[in-house]
Design a protein around this ligand. Structure first.
Ligand code: ZN
Length: 408
């Protein structure tokens, strides 16, 4: 599956988890349910938890000194989440109440078509993934009516979906999924841009799309995992975790115990004593893969004057003295070595001191697991926009570099 198909088939974190599971199943990976006894047999396995999925490959031969090579990413994207009782009417319009999820560039969502995607949950706890067509749009205000408008996040961002005499939203969602409104007791539904990804620019080498942050990382991580050879001594692990855009503190986020629990069960499955577990972790390494900022031509002063990542210049290694990114000198050398050996160009990201730095799951992986971690990712222009921009060359280079990381 190509990247654009992957993005199209993954409109929400729940769908992303399902897309990864489906793709890996086709490659012979087996589903491991958390409720079931652990299956330590050789080959590919994956565990799903809500909008997250962790996949790994176990070797057929017993390795004397096993180690983990972990790729960590996130499945969620900044945007909007449907409120529990979303029905709203105003001035003859039917609208959907939505919470702001993470830090979307809200202006970029105005006058764009979007659908709802995620899961609905019945009274019995049965979950079903649904996604709608382009039902919704946040209507912009003509400049004549308020030339100095600044958008209020409660009053000005509520999308319309019909006129007030139309079907209530929950009823429309239920009918679209062949359910009754009573069937839908709970839901986790997110806005997703329905405009398909498109190659743009003079040379058609840039990809414009929603959710590049962070589906590019999930996609390239999945490619690397499928190519990895667990017989070389490293146990390759791909951890696609949820809720990064809101701080990762959840059952399925990097701040939660999901990854740690899966690693512990792999270690138990290998029959390792406690000291062997600590030695395994000391031999292990993780890479946190997340989109980073390309230099912006109109706001170049927001970047460090000597770190100017460009689209197509190669994946970035991200450094921050305050440990918002945890790559240290050893990590930089490790990443540079992998990339040099595979002829992958490297760019460095470090913040302008006067501009606040973003963060990602790298610090959480390092702090929770006690495993050396580095932060990397492709440069993206317009991060957290409804329509982000990256270079396809960087996607290919990232997949190559991650394959090299898993083979170390
Ligand atoms: Zn991200």
């Amino acid at each position: 599956m190509g990247l654009t198909d992957f993005i199209t088939q993954s409109p929400s974190a729940y769908h992303t988890s399902a897309t990864v599971a489906r793709t890996l199943t086709e490659c012979g990976f087996a589903a491991q349910l958390e409720l079931d006894p652990w299956d330590p047999s050789p080959g590919g396995h994956f565990v799903q938890r809500d909008g997250a999925i962790i996949a790994y490959r176990l070797p057929a031969k017993r390795v004397a000194e096993p180690r983990f090579r972990i790729i960590g990413t996130h499945t969620d994207s900044a945007g909007f989440k449907l409120k529990p009782n979303p029905q709203h009417y105003s001035a003859g319009w039917a609208q959907a109440g939505m919470e702001v999820y993470g830090s979307p560039a809200v202006h970029s969502w105005v006058d764009r078509e979007f659908g709802l995607a995620g899961r609905v949950v019945s009274k019995t706890g049965e979950q079903r993934l649904i996604s709608t067509e382009a039902w919704l749009r946040i209507p912009g205000l003509a400049p004549h009516l308020d030339p100095d408008l600044s958008l209020d996040r409660q009053r000005h961002l509520m999308p319309i979906y019909a006129l007030a005499d139309s079907l209530p939203l929950m009823q429309a969602l239920a009918e679209g999924a062949d359910l009754t409104p009573e069937d839908i007791v709970g839901h986790d539904l997110f806005a997703y841009i329905t405009q398909p990804p498109e190659l743009i620019g003079l040379d058609k080498t840039w990809l414009a799309s929603g959710r590049l942050d962070n589906l590019v990382s999930v996609y390239t991580g999945m490619q690397a995992l499928m190519e990895a050879d667990p017989e070389l001594g490293a146990i390759p692990v791909l951890a696609c975790l949820d809720h990064e855009e809101v701080g990762s503190g959840s059952l399925s986020g990097a701040g939660g115990p999901f990854l740690e629990q899966v690693l512990a069960r792999i270690e138990l499955g290998l029959g390792l004593a406690r000291d062997q577990v600590y030695r395994l972790r000391a031999r292990s390494a993780a890479v946190s893969v997340d989109a980073g900022h390309a230099v912006h031509p109109n706001f170049a002063d927001r970047h460090d004057p000597d770190a100017r990542p460009l689209l197509g210049g190669g994946p970035m290694v991200k450094v921050n003295a305050g440990q918002r990114y945890v790559t240290d000198g050893v990590g930089v050398a490790r990443w540079q070595g992998i990339c040099d050996s595979l002829e992958v160009p490297v760019q460095t990201f470090v913040s302008n001191n006067a501009v606040s730095c973003g963060s990602t799951i790298g610090p959480l992986l390092a702090a929770r697991l006690g495993i050396a971690t580095l932060d990397v990712g492709i440069p993206v222009l317009s991060m957290h926009s409804a329509r982000e921009l990256c270079a396809t060359a960087d996607v290919d280079h990232l997949a190559t570099a991650l394959t090299g990381f898993l083979a170390q």
